[in-house]
Every structure is written in structure tokens, then in C-alpha cells.
Write a protein that binds this ligand. Structure first.
Ligand code: HSE
Length: 434
């Protein structure tokens, strides 16, 4: 039966995503009403700059006082698309204190304070939904929280940052260096004026923390995620990757340890074979590969950013939260019952691709091989070639290892750097996806 009293929505933030949310709420009002079972009404829009022209939004709805909007007593759902920690955190808490369920797209806040926000939602018997916080339009949070709730996820590996994927894809397809590819990404609007959050992996690490918590039913905070950016990836690394039949991606990798007693969460650039499904994710697209015990391997793919795709995820959450309201129920809350510890990066088992500049004389290869052996790292392949820059009596040595703990691999590299015959370590990259 259709309820005639509308569910009232407060929109907190009206930037690229918020304005799309408002537009779709207006243009698709009839469909949303039919799907929810009650009309849904935009009751107020909190912004920082009220003078900005916002097409399609009734100026009477605009306010700069988000707190007053939440406290006025008739709001059912708040949509937080402000981003950042404050004032978003205080506003979400205020919403819960006033009986308002929340839909948020705020990855940084959820990665940092997800546990406290979930606890507040539960305390007041309300919903906290955040599909848009990870990988834009791609349905991922809800499939992992709900569709896979009966399965056991052992591994998640994904490209969760579109800006860096665009840059790496350009480097791969054109042979460009990092700076040239970044400049193109900036000119096309993929990279922000300050690209630090993307290129240094902070954005991906926040998403990794959220996904790891959901995948393993435990608490993983931003600080638990090992993070390396992709600013050091060079055209030479891509040339090496190509020789191995690989490409390079900035990956978020979340794993349950073999004994099931701990988990790891990391973000770093890595070589992956061209045959891996993630290798074919081009431009600014995102994709996440989930390995579950019963389901097997699943891949989620699509646009991971942008106003319209992110608004799609927000609207999906809005419909779910409104349906819950009408049913006087709530959706799933935090599931952190396993309380698994997050192991340090040194415990991760992976493979390395290492390029060394070495003296080209008898015994050097044996010395290098001994260093690997002393650290318990088994070599898979070694390739030696004269230096492309024609430096006499020197050679480039490319070593690919078998799987070993990251601590042993980095200990090996440290020892290699100290050898007189090793002139320099040109690049080190993890190899994943086999
Ligand atoms: N800046 C992000 C990206 C989108 O490039 O994927 C928002 O998380």
C-alpha cells in the first residue's frame, strides 16, 4: 500500500555528487516513489556557498545551517556528500541523535571512524549505508555485506582508484613517464590540482580499510593498511613488465592468512599478468576481484568516480534506507565479530621483481644469488643484459623471486644494496595475480 506522507531527505553537501543526487531525486521522483512505496522529498540542502546558482534546486531549500536542518524534527534520512572528517562526522552523529538514518559517500570518515559511526547508528536503531564510499557506481559494499553474507571471503584484490588507473594505463599504452601521464590526467580532469590523495594511495587505502572490514567481519582502520603510492613507477618498469607479459596496476589487496587467524590489507603498485582480468581494466575504470570459498572468483567492474555514477550508488542506498524506514526495520549494521588482528606488511607473502645495476665481472651473479639464499628467498628467473646506456663493465640484472614473506624480500634488497658489486637497485616491484 502506498503511503502518502513523504519521507523527507536532508542533503548535506551539493557539489558534483550532491547536485546529481538532487537532480535524480527530482527527475525520477515517480519511479522512486513506486519503488519505495512512499514519496521521497528533498526537504533541505545544506551548502557552504548559498549564492552559487544550483540549477533545478528550489532556492528555498538551500541553507548554510546543516545542524539546524537536522534538528528541525521532520527529516527521515540524511545524505552526507560533504567528504572529509569534519564537519561530516559531527553532522552524521547529530543526525543519529535526532532519529535520522544516514547515507554517506565518505570513505575517509568511514575508514577512520567507521566503528564509532556504526555503534551510534545501532544505539539509535538507525541505518548507516555507504555504497558510494567505495568504487563509485559499482555495487560492491552491499553485495559483500549482504549477497555474500553466507560465504567466506578469503581474498579481495582491486583497482579502486580511477585517477591512478588512468595514469598507469597511459604509461602502459603510450610509453609515457609518470609526470607526462599525470599532466594528461590533470588536463582531462581525471586528476585534481593536488593529486596527492590519489597518487600516494591514501584514497585507495581508505577504500581498502572499508572493504577489508566487510570482507573479513573484523575492524580494519586506515592506519592498519600498508600503503605505497605510484609516483615512482617509471617507463622502465613498464618495459620490464612487458618483457614478463605483465602490466602495472595500483592494487588494493586484502587477504585472510592461510591459517585463518589474521588478515592483511595493503595498497601498492604491482605487476600483474596480462592474462589476469584486472590487467584489462583501462582508463579511469575500477574493478574488484573477490575470491570467496563457495562462490569462487567474482569480479565487479565499472565507473569508480564522477558525479553521476557516485549519485547512482547514493540513490540505491536511499531507496534501501527508505524501504527499511517504512518496514520499521534496519539493514545490516557492522559485522566485526571475528576480531582478527591485522598483520604487518612484513608477514605478507608475495613475489618481487628486482632490477639491479651490477658490475659485469666473474662471480657477481653468484654473490647476488647467495644474498637471496641467505634470506631464504628462492629465485624464479634471472635475466642479465648489457646496460642500455652503454656503461662499460656494467650490466642490468633482473631477478624475479618465488613467493616469500615481504620482510625477507625487503631484507634481501637491503643486503643487495650493501654489495660493492651492486651499483644500484633500479626498481623493486611486487608481482601479484598468479
Ligand atoms: N579520486 C578517486 C578516484 C575518486 O580517482 O578514483 C573518489 O574516491
Amino acid at each position: 500500500m502506498m503511503r502518502t506522507r513523504p519521507l523527507k531527505v536532508a542533503l548535506l553537501g551539493c557539489g558534483v555528487v550532491g547536485s546529481e543526487v538532487a537532480r535524480i531525486m527530482t527527475t525520477h521522483a515517480d519511479d522512486l516513489t513506486a519503488r519505495i512505496g512512499a514519496p521521497v522529498e528533498l526537504a533541505g540542502v545544506a551548502v557552504r556557498r548559498p549564492s552559487k546558482v544550483r540549477e533545478g534546486i528550489d532556492p528555498a531549500l538551500i541553507t548554510t545551517d546543516a545542524t539546524a536542518l537536522l534538528k528541525r524534527g521532520d527529516i527521515d534520512v540524511a545524505i552526507e556528500v560533504i567528504g572529509g572528517i569534519e564537519p561530516a562526522r559531527t553532522l552524521i552523529t547529530t543526525a543519529f541523535e535526532h532519529g535520522i538514518s544516514v547515507v554517506s559517500a565518505n570513505k575517509a570518515l568511514l575508514a577512520q571512524d567507521g566503528a564509532a559511526l556504526h555503534a551510534a547508528a545501532e544505539q539509535y536503531g538507525l541505518d548507516l549505508y555507504y555504497e558510494a564510499a567505495v568504487a563509485g557506481a559499482i555495487p560492491l559494499v552491499r553485495p559483500m555485506r549482504e549477497s555474500l553474507a553466507g560465504d567466506k571471503i578469503n581474498r579481495v584484490m582491486g583497482i579502486v582508484n580511477g585517477t591512478t588507473n588512468f595514469i598507469l594505463d597511459k604509461m602502459d599504452s603510450t610509453g609515457a613517464g609518470y609526470q607526462e601521464a599525470l599532466d594528461e590526467a590533470t588536463a582531462l580532469g581525471y586528476a585534481e590540482a593536488d593529486p596527492t590523495a590519489d597518487v600516494e594511495g591514501y584514497d585507495a587505502a581508505a577504500k581498502a580499510a572499508i572493504l577489508a572490514g566487510i570482507a573479513f567481519h573484523t575492524r580494519v582502520r586506515l592506519d592498519d593498511v600498508y600503503r605505497e603510492g605510484m609516483t615512482e613507477v617509471s617507463a622502465a618498469d613498464f618495459a620490464s613488465a612487458k618483457r614478463m607479459g605483465c602490466t602495472i596496476k595500483l592494487l588494493a589487496i586484502l587477504e585472510r592468512a592461510a591459517d585463518g587467524e589474521s588478515v592483511t590489507a595493503r595498497v601498492h603498485p604491482a605487476m600483474i599478468p596480462l592474462s589476469h582480468p584486472l590487467a584489462s581494466v583501462r582508463e579511469a575504470y575500477n574493478a574488484v576481484f573477490v575470491e570467496a570459498e563457495a562462490a569462487g572468483r567474482l569480479m565487479f567492474y565499472g565507473p569508480g568516480a564522477g558525479g553521476s555514477p557516485t549519485a547512482s550508488a547514493v540513490l540505491g542506498d536511499l531507496v534501501a534506507v527508505c524501504r527499511n524506514k517504512l518496514a520499521e526495520a534496519t539493514g545490516p549494521g557492522e559485522s566485526a565479530y571475528t576480531q582478527l588482528p591485522v598483520s604487518p606488511m612484513g608477514d605478507v607473502v608475495t613475489r618481487y621483481h628486482i632490477s639491479l645495476d651490477v658490475a659485469d665481472k666473474p662471480g657477481v651473479l653468484a654473490q647476488v644469488a647467495t644474498t637471496f639464499a641467505e634470506h631464504g628467498v628462492s629465485i624464479d628467473t634471472v635475466r642479465q643484459q648489457g646496460r642500455p646506456d652503454g656503461v662499460g663493465n656494467e650490466a642490468s640484472l633482473v631477478v624475479v623471486t618465488h613467493r616469500a614473506p615481504d620482510a625477507s624480500l625487503s631484507g634481501t634488497v637491503e643486503a643487495l644494496r650493501k654489495l660493492d658489486t651492486v651499483r644500484g637497485v633500479a626498481s623493486i616491484m611486487r608481482v601479484e595475480g598468479e
